[in-house]
Design a protein around this ligand. Structure first.
Ligand SMILES: NC(=O)c1ccc[n+]([C@@H]2O[C@H](COP(=O)([O-])OP(=O)(O)OC[C@H]3O[C@@H](n4cnc5c(N)ncnc54)[C@H](O)[C@@H]3O)[C@@H](O)[C@H]2O)c1
Length: 382
């Protein structure tokens, strides 16, 4: 029997992405899979039902998608995922390490949960499947546009008959995927860009874009798997003092620094905000309900300090570039699915490094060691 891949319409507020594009649907069908899309699933990303039909997919109600699919692909975890049949695989940015209770629920419903955000990022064969990277790229790009939109000046130097304007000075803190894209985008718009990251390797990456590297003489925080480690209190304090002193000359500051599994480090303090000129703009990509890189920033919230500095806590920026973000995400999904299927059938193999990374629940159990550990920690606390 042909395996069916179902795509549900994203239900989270403000989520405009779709997990599969018409092009992606066509690719999966070439692999011998059937694709069924919920009516209007691609609408907010500007993909019509008719485009999916032209690509060979079927269109159906949400109930039909759940009833007919062996694999459900999504961007965010659907609240009604338990409507899927027992044994169905749910693939998406499920965020199960941060929400192990959801993993337990999905296991209880007999679903095989595949949390794409847990993909091992240093495996070169998994690069094309890396949705964290593809979506961070979109976020880094959009952060610059958001900052430029709120900034009262030009980003480039402009020479006109009426005189010359100076280019904006942009500082990007954190030069992982999003930060490097922000640096590249701000440079394309003509700004004078400076970058900073606590990892030595990232400092070389900044230099390779042609941007200046901010030298804070702070200890390099290289951690595991290419990520930053959490700085010690002394290191963080030294970094803070140096950053506070350096920040005042910038017009736009974009922060993207995260440390896996921990609240993001505070990089722009109240004191630093006070040192910025009136009219300066700060965009915090790391803003979350647990805090961000900027004092007082909240996701999806913009405020202006008494001194006139605009602080923008970014929300779900990839969702605000839905066509490009969905296209990239769908390519990641199309690269990942063949690893989870053998001859078109779901085949779970924990000997495979990619599967061992992303498969969180199977056969009614939470099988992922890190998610299990997170669950146990939660049980001990409650
Ligand atoms: N295929 C691959 O090899 C692959 C794929 C994706 C990412 N990566 C690597 O993983 C790393 C992180 O990726 P990401 O963008 O998802 O990271 P992230 O979103 O977790 O963090 C963003 C950046 O913030 C930096 N940071 C953390 N604490 C900081 C602090 N106190 N001050 C300044 N900067 C701080 C980190 O070093 C990182 O570069 C990068 O090295 C990236 O190249 C590798």
């Amino acid at each position: 029997m042909t395996t069916s891949i179902g795509v549900v319409r994203e239900a989270a507020v403000g989520e405009c992405r779709v997990a599969l594009t018409p092009d992606g649907a066509g690719r999966l069908q070439k692999l011998g899979l059937r694709v069924v899309i919920e009516t209007g699933a691609g609408e907010s990303a500007w993909f019509d039902d008719a485009d999916y039909v032209a690509a060979g997919a079927a269109i159906g109600s949400r109930e039909q998608v759940y009833a007919e699919s062996d694999v459900i692909v999504c961007v965010r975890p659907p609240a009604d995922a338990r409507s899927a049949r027992t044994g169905v695989m749910v693939v998406g940015l499920l965020g199960l390490l941060a929400d192990p209770a959801l993993a337990e629920q999905l296991a209880g419903a007999g679903l095989t949960a595949v949390s794409v955000d847990l993909l091992p990022r240093t495996l070169s064969r998994a690069q094309g499947m890396d949705a964290l990277t593809s979506q961070a790229n979109v976020a880094g790009y959009k952060a610059v546009l958001v900052a430029a939109g709120a900034y009262g000046g030009y980003l480039p130097m402009l020479m006109t008959a009426a005189g010359t304007t100076r280019p904006a000075q942009v500082l990007v803190l954190g030069a992982g995927v999003a930060g490097l894209q922000a640096i590249a985008t701000a440079r394309r718009l003509g700004a004078m860009v400076t970058g900073y990251d606590v990892r030595e390797a990232a400092q070389a990456d900044i230099a390779s874009t042609g941007a200046a590297v901010l030298d804070l003489a702070a200890t390099a925080g290289n951690g595991e798997g290419g990520y930053a480690r959490r700085l010690t209190d002394e290191e963080a304090q030294a970094q803070q003092g140096a950053l506070d002193a350096a920040i005042g000359r910038f017009d736009i500051v974009i922060t993207t620094a995260q440390v896996p599994g921990r609240r993001p480090p505070l990089l722009v303090t109240v004191d630093a905000l006070d040192r910025l000129r009136p009219g300066a703009v700060v965009v915090d990509l790391a803003a979350s309900e647990f805090g961000g890189n900027v004092a007082g920033s909240q996701p999806d919230t913009t405020w202006v300090t008494p001194r006139g500095v605009t602080v923008i806590g970014a929300g779900n920026l990839p969702a605000s570039v839905p066509q490009a973000a969905s296209t990239a995400y769908a390519r990641n999904i199309c690269a990942l699915l063949p690893v989870l299927l053998a001859d078109g059938e779901i085949r779970i193999d924990f000997g495979d490094e990619v599967q061992a990374g992303v498969v969180v629940t199977h056969d009614g159990t939470v099988v992922h060691p890190q998610v299990r550990a997170a669950l146990q920690k939660k049980e001990v606390r409650s």
